[in-house]
Every structure is written in structure tokens, then in C-alpha cells.
Design a protein around this ligand. Structure first.
Ligand SMILES: [Fe+2]
Ligand SMILES: [Fe+2]
Length: 502
């Protein structure tokens, strides 16, 4: 009444329930509204009051100049993987024909009988080929044989008489004081060697160590009254920055390994999620090849009590199921499949391709042995399952968490699996087929169920991800795998993308 307003029965209840009657009245007064207060007027003014309150909340202070709208940021990705730039993956796989050339794999060419002569020839071949690579870069002295060094022991003592020898490493170990000791052996003799740990300028080999059966050259001299050769310098095959080749076609290659179909821990739901992605995502349309680097099934009898962890207990049914799962991929994807230590081939490396009876279940798949060098549209790839990483982890810098360090070590010594008689069974072929003759443009491994995609001296290193969840054995060791990550590399731009599905 005081505000010259007449409130009828229809607004009485609304006024009684109004949250801020004073504000309402002053608003009506400022708008010079008097007379009968209808529900419509009341509703309109209440709306204005609420809007004003909201604006007050968001606007702190006065706007004295227009503010640029905030830039939209991409949300952080699961697994901490980087975003990729789709413009670097331009060509649809459907637009180009398959261009795959296998350069080396062992299938049909394993000729060893496993005799002593075969083993000798295997090691001699390695010694000669890696020695030739080491000599290529130029050594400080002309190398002599170890037997000549022993004969001339007296004249080759002391710091001033440096000598270079070539040989194969045996029994590498660290002393309690951190010095590095080993035996070096060539075709005729062997000698004990030591590299002292010097605090000011430590030799890099002290940090990384060497592997049993590595081929190296060393420069040093005998110490007084001692038959141990003191090493000052180590020489390895040269590892210059590699100039990657690029394809004219901008199609991509994707990498996976260790699918372990047949195991109860195979992640089928995530596989289906990836299949849907393959059919719908623009990046997937550029994927012409899928490289599967071994352990595609879990196998049978690979480790004690494995049957308790198997969902499919028949080996052939495991492969048939995997063939069905691959069949779900779009028709433009061509697979390259090599075996691993869980597959149905001999464990000794190089391993041949899966047998024809298994191959007959699969479409659009090229079966090769392990390791395999091949060329896709002019780009050189080396794919190796990676069993020898089990040996490389004995080196101080290599661990199952950082398997890519093992890959770098393989490139440094130009050998995929140097050590005989430990965790990696080797087939003593007359030629050592595990030597890395040419540095590849893309080097890929699997086996350790981790994931990595990085660059090393101009080569792309891919540690392909698994499709198996943590196993009971891994849980016991406290190892956390990185499953369900598809790594994609474009053959023209060499851009990479890692897409998680778990
Ligand atoms: Fe595996
Ligand atoms: Fe494996």
C-alpha cells in the first residue's frame, strides 16, 4: 500500500514466498510501476532481479576494455600421450596400392644342423662382419691379433705403448670397486681386460657395461708386472645420425604386438572399441599397414600351469579366434605378422613364419619370420619381437620399464641378440642373421608389454603395446603393463600418434 501498489489475491502467495521483497519493491519503484500488481508483472521483475544477480556473480569489477574470449585448450589425454596433428596424416589408405617388400626373414632358409662347426661358423661370421664395421670408422692403431699381443707383451707395456685389438666379450663383470672386467677372445687366443673406474673422466662403458658375446675393439696397454690388459678406449661400429627415407605416399603404418589371444587376460572389449575407431576415425583411414610383432596368441605350454590362465586351451583355436578378430578391421588394412616366443614356431631365433595350416585362417595378412626387415613404400623397417630384452635388462641402464634403452643398445652394437646361452635361444646359422646390417628408418619391438615411440639418432623407435592386461606373474613382480595403445607412424611425414583404448 505504501508503494502505491495493490496486491490482489492471485499474487498474495507469490509475495509471501518472494526471497527478496525489499529489492522487488525498490525495483518496482524505480520503474514507476504503481496500481494493480499482476502475477505477470511480478514474474517479469523477479526474472530481471535474478539475471542481475547472476551478472554480478561473474563480473568482478568494471569492464574498462573488451576482453578476448579465452582460447579453447585441448583436454589432457589419458596415459599422458601427446596430441597429434591430423594434417600430418593426409592420405587415405584406399587411395594407394600395397607396396611391401620383404628384405630379410629366415623362413625356408634355416640350414643349421646345430653342430659344433655351425656354432663356430655363426660366431666367426659375427666377428668378421661386426669387426669390419668397427674398422670402417678408423681405429687409433692398426689392430693386431690377441696371440701377437701376448707374444709381444713386454714391448706393449706402459702408458706410452698403446695397442688395439678386436674380439668377442666373455664374462663381463664389475669388481667391488666398480672397475669393469672381461675376457676378450678372437679366433686364436684370449686375454683378461680391465677398464678402471676413473672418477674425473669415467669411460662411458663403465656406465653401460657390455653384453656377453659382444664384438668390440679396445685400445690400451699392459700394466707393469701384470697379464691384464688395461683398456683406455672402446670402439664400436659407427652410429652416425641416420637420414630417414620418406614415402611419396602419405599412408601410415600402425604397430601392435603381444595380443595374447587365448589368455583370460586378453582385453576383448578394448579390441572391439579399437575396431569401431578403425571404422570411424579420420586418422584410421590413413592406416594402410598393421605390423603385429609377435605373441599374437598366448600359446599352450609356454610356462608352468599356463592352462589355468587360458580361456582358449587349444592352440589352433587361439589362432582362429585371432583371425576372426583381425577380420573385423576395415578392408583397407594389410597386416604383417611375425612370431614371438609364445607363438607356434621354434623358439630359436631367427624364428620362421607361422605354418601354412595356421596362415590359411587369415586374410590380408603377410606372414614373416622374426626378425624381419621389410620396406613399405621405400621406408625401411626392422621388426623384432624383443625376447633378448630379457638379457639386455642385466645392463645397468636397461630395465623392463625402459625397454627402449635396450633397443638403443641393439643399435649401438648392431646386434639384436648378442648373448648365447642365456634367456634368448639362438639358432646357429652359418651367417649371423641377427646382425643389424643397415640402420632402419623405423625399428620396432614388443615382448615387454610396455609402450614407447621416440627418436634415436634419426631412427624412429617403437616399443609396441600389448592387448593383454596385467598377468598374475607380472603382478607378483610388481610390473604394470601399458596395454591397448595403438602406435601410428606416417610414412611420408614420419609424424607419430599413440591412441589409447583402455
Ligand atoms: Fe608377450
Ligand atoms: Fe614375448
Amino acid at each position: 500500500m505504501n508503494a502505491s501498489l495493490l496486491a490482489g489475491r492471485d499474487v498474495k502467495q507469490l509475495l509471501l514466498e518472494h526471497p527478496d521483497i525489499d529489492l522487488l519493491l525498490s525495483k518496482l519503484e524505480s520503474k514507476q510501476i504503481t496500481g494493480i500488481l499482476s502475477p505477470k508483472i511480478l514474474e517479469e521483475i523477479t526474472k530481471e532481479i535474478n539475471l542481475g544477480k547472476q551478472e554480478q556473480k561473474t563480473q568482478i569489477g568494471r569492464t574498462i576494455a573488451p576482453i578476448n574470449p579465452p582460447k579453447i585448450k585441448q583436454a589432457s589425454r589419458p596415459h599422458g600421450l601427446e596430441h597429434y596433428d591430423i594434417s600430418l596424416f593426409e592420405t587415405n589408405a584406399n587411395e594407394v596400392d600395397v607396396n611391401l617388400e620383404v628384405l630379410f626373414e629366415i623362413t625356408g632358409n634355416s640350414i643349421t644342423e646345430g653342430r659344433k662347426e655351425d656354432i663356430n661358423s655363426f660366431f666367426n661370421n659375427r666377428f668378421q662382419r661386426i669387426s669390419a664395421m668397427i674398422r670402417q670408422q678408423g681405429l687409433p692403431n692398426r689392430p693386431i691379433t690377441i696371440s701377437k699381443l701376448i707374444q709381444e707383451r713386454r714391448s706393449r707395456s706402459g702408458y706410452s705403448s698403446s695397442t688395439t685389438i678386436l674380439g668377442m666379450v666373455n664374462d663381463p663383470k664389475y669388481t667391488k670397486k666398480g672397475h669393469f672386467m672381461f675376457v676378450l677372445e678372437d679366433e686364436g687366443a684370449e686375454i683378461d681386460c680391465i677398464c678402471y673406474k676413473e672418477e674425473d673422466n669415467p669411460n662411458p662403458i663403465i656406465k653401460t657395461g657390455l653384453m656377453q658375446d659382444d664384438v668390440i675393439a679396445i685400445t690400451g696397454s699392459f700394466m707393469d708386472n701384470n697379464d691384464i690388459f688395461r683398456v683406455d678406449e672402446f670402439h664400436r661400429p659407427p652410429l652416425r645420425r641416420h637420414q630417414k627415407k620418406s614415402s611419396e605416399d602419405g599412408v601410415s603404418v600402425a604397430f601392435l604386438s603381444d595380443i595374447h589371444v587365448g589368455s583370460k587376460t586378453f582385453l576383448e572389449a578394448q579390441w572391439i572399441k579399437m575396431i569401431e575407431w578403425f571404422h570411424n576415425d579420420p586418422l584410421a583411414k590413413t592406416i594402410k599397414y598393421l605390423v603385429l610383432s609377435g605373441d599374437v596368441v598366448d600359446g599352450v605350454g609356454i610356462y608352468p600351469n599356463q592352462d589355468k590362465e587360458l580361456a582358449i586351451k587349444d592352440l589352433y583355436k587361439q589362432y582362429s579366434r585371432f583371425a576372426e578378430l583381425l577380420e573385423l578391421l576395415p578392408e583397407w588394412v594389410e597386416c604383417v605378422l611375425l612370431p614371438g616366443n609364445h607363438d607356434a614356431v621354434r623358439p630359436a631365433e631367427p624364428q620362421p613364419a607361422l605354418e601354412p595350416e595356421i596362415q590359411s585362417d587369415f586374410n590380408s595378412t603377410t606372414f614373416v619370420g622374426n626378425p624381419c626387415s621389410f620396406r613399405l613404400h621405400g621406408v625401411d623397417l626392422l621388426s623384432y619381437h624383443g625376447k633378448s630384452i630379457d638379457d639386455f635388462v642385466s645392463m645397468p641402464e636397461v630395465s623392463y620399464e625402459h625397454p627402449v634403452e635396450a633397443m638403443k643398445e641393439m643399435l649401438r652394437r648392431r646386434h639384436l641378440a648378442p648373448t648365447w646361452g642365456k634367456k634368448t635361444p639362438l639358432s646357429p646359422e652359418p651367417e649371423d642373421n641377427l646382425i643389424i646390417g643397415k640402420i632402419p628408418d623405423i625399428f620396432v619391438t614388443g615382448h615387454v608389454h610396455g609402450h614407447n615411440c621416440s627418436e634415436f639418432k634419426g631412427t624412429t623407435l617403437v616399443c609396441s603395446s600389448t592387448w593383454q592386461d596385467q598377468t598374475a606373474y607380472q603382478r607378483m613382480l610388481g610390473f604394470q603393463p601399458q596395454p591397448c595403445i595403438l602406435t601410428i607412424v606416417n610414412l611420408k611425414t614420419h609424424a607419430s600418434a599413440s591412441i589409447p583404448f583402455a
